[in-house]
Each structure stands twice: as C-alpha cells, then as structure tokens.
Design a protein around this ligand. Structure first.
Ligand SMILES: [Mn+2]
Length: 292
C-alpha cells in the first residue's frame, strides 16, 4: 500500500498562469493527474493538465465576470503533476487521495486538474473524510452511476456511484446530465438528484444543504460545438454563459474543493477547447480562493 511519502510532484513543467510555489495555508492548490487509463472511447485526457497550462498563458488573469484577478486577489499555487503510475486506476486513485489529504491538512483548498473523471474519486474520498457533510455538485453530460464498467469499479463511468458509496443521496446534485442508461435515468428521476442546467434550479437545490461544496466539472457538459476536445462528447450541451451563471449561484464561502476533468487537448486541433477549459479553471479558482 502506498502512503503519503509517495506524494511526489513533477515540478519541471509549466504551471497554470505561471503560479509556481509550495503548499501553504489558504492557498488554492492546483495539481495535475495525467491519467486516462479507463477511457472507453477517445483517449487523450492524460494531456489535459499540460494543455490547460499552455492555454492559461494566453488567457488574461483578470475575470471581468467576477471582477477578480487570479494573480492579485487570491493565493494560487500550481504544484505540477502528481507522479502516478499508468495502467489500472486503483493506485492512481490512492495517490490522489493522499495528495488531497496533504493539501487539506495544510489548510489549503485542493483543485485537481484531470485527467479522466476517475481521478475525482480519490479527491472526493479525501475531502469527505474531513467534511462528512459535503455537498457534491457534479456538472457533467453523463450520469456516471454504473456500479462498474467493463468489470472496473473505478472506471470514469462510475464516479458518482463511488461518491454515493460514502455520501447520502441528498448531498449529491447532478447538473446537466443528458446521457446514461435507462437504469441510470430511472435512478436519477427517483432520487431527485438530477438538476436541469439552469442557475435558478441549482440555486434552489443548493439552499437545501448548508455544508461545504466539492465541485466536479466534467468538461463534456459543454456542447461539442464549443468543447470537441474531450473523450466522450455528447450533443445538446451547455455554453459558456450557462456555465458562468451556474457557477455564480454556488455560494463562494461554501466552495472548498474542485476538479476540472476530461480535457483531451489533441482532439481539438484549433486549441479552442483548451482555452475554454482554462477559462473554466480560472473562474473556479477565483471562487475557490476568495473566502473573506
Ligand atoms: Mn463524467
């Protein structure tokens, strides 16, 4: 079994918005998990973290929507990419669990860059250890409710099922879901977890809980017209404006951890998917970083 001594980062590459530095209290701590070992359709999410960083260099650090700047108004650190093995997901999920435990123990706020969606499993587990009353907000095209997929319980299609192993159903909100099996949709309808991707609905549902929020953004929630650079594109998705409105109703004081997953930059030769994804990271980081 790995332990926290195995939490090692590759510090040689570029960082998001050139935010180098070390783990410290109150910082928003980015780290990459370059993993796409369970991808079932189009691989390439392992290049997501570095694609996000490359795109961040062409993006303003100032957000007009939030009137905040990631270099001036929050303490942002990008630790680099977590060293993880290729192959089966279990050691990867385990390493990410330890990495997020370290970040939370330092009093900082974890922000994981995927990688495919299975990387979120480790981060959600570590967060729920510290915050048992967590509300998990999933913004995604896919239900991700399979017990296992192709025999693998840590598959990217099982992320929310694994979260439901440890969280009560009423603490999970599934926003923008438009793809899944009949069984998954039957469960979504019965469980009341499905939230239409409109800010007013998300706001209403978030008012039913009061604990800290973990936000997981699977970029395939966006329409393939604006986000073709992802492993499992699904027609009928949201645009930037809808995403910004959804984010705006998440109470800033409650948002304590996040991940953005499933960018496969090489699947979009225009590079626009990476730019959109980097803008998502900038906006989420600002919300995560502003607490006073
Ligand atoms: Mn997903």
């Amino acid at each position: 079994m790995r332990d926290n001594e195995d939490v090692v980062y590759d510090t040689h590459g570029p960082r998001f918005a050139e935010a180098t530095g070390s783990l410290r209290r109150s910082a928003v701590v980015l780290f990459g998990a370059c993993y796409d070992g369970t991808t079932s359709f189009r691989p390439g999410a392992r290049f997501g973290p570095d694609g996000l960083r490359a795109a961040s260099l062409g993006l303003e650090t100032y957000s007009p929507e939030q009137d905040l700047d990631i270099c001036e108004d929050i303490d942002l650190v990008d630790l680099g990419n977590l060293e993880i093995p290729t192959g089966a997901p279990a050691p990867v999920v385990h390493a990410i669990t330890w990495a997020v435990r370290d970040i939370l123990a330092a009093g900082a706020r974890p922000f994981l860059l995927g990688g495919e969606h299975s990387v979120s499993i480790g981060a959600i587990r570590a967060f729920a250890e510290v915050y048992a009353d967590v509300t998990l907000v999933q913004i995604d095209a896919h239900a991700d409710l399979r017990a296992d997929y192709l025999g693998e319980p840590l598959n990217h299609a099982c992320v929310i099922r694994r979260a439901l192993d440890i969280l009560p159903s009423e603490n999970v909100l599934q926003v923008g879901i438009r793809s899944g099996t009949r069984l998954e949709f039957d469960e979504l309808k019965k469980s009341n977890r499905l939230v239409s991707p409109e800010a007013k609905f998300l706001q209403e549902r978030l008012a039913e809980t009061s604990g800290p929020i973990y936000l997981t953004v699977d970029l395939d929630v966006f329409d393939p017209a604006v986000m073709p650079g992802t492993g499992t594109p699904e027609p009928g998705g949201i645009d930037w404006k809808t995403f910004a409105e959804l984010l705006s109703v998440i109470p800033t004081r409650r948002l304590l951890a996040a991940d953005v997953v499933e960018l496969a930059p090489q699947l979009d030769p225009t590079g626009c998917s990476s730019v959109l994804a980097a803008k998502v990271v900038r906006e989420v980081a600002l919300k995560l970083g502003l607490k006073e």
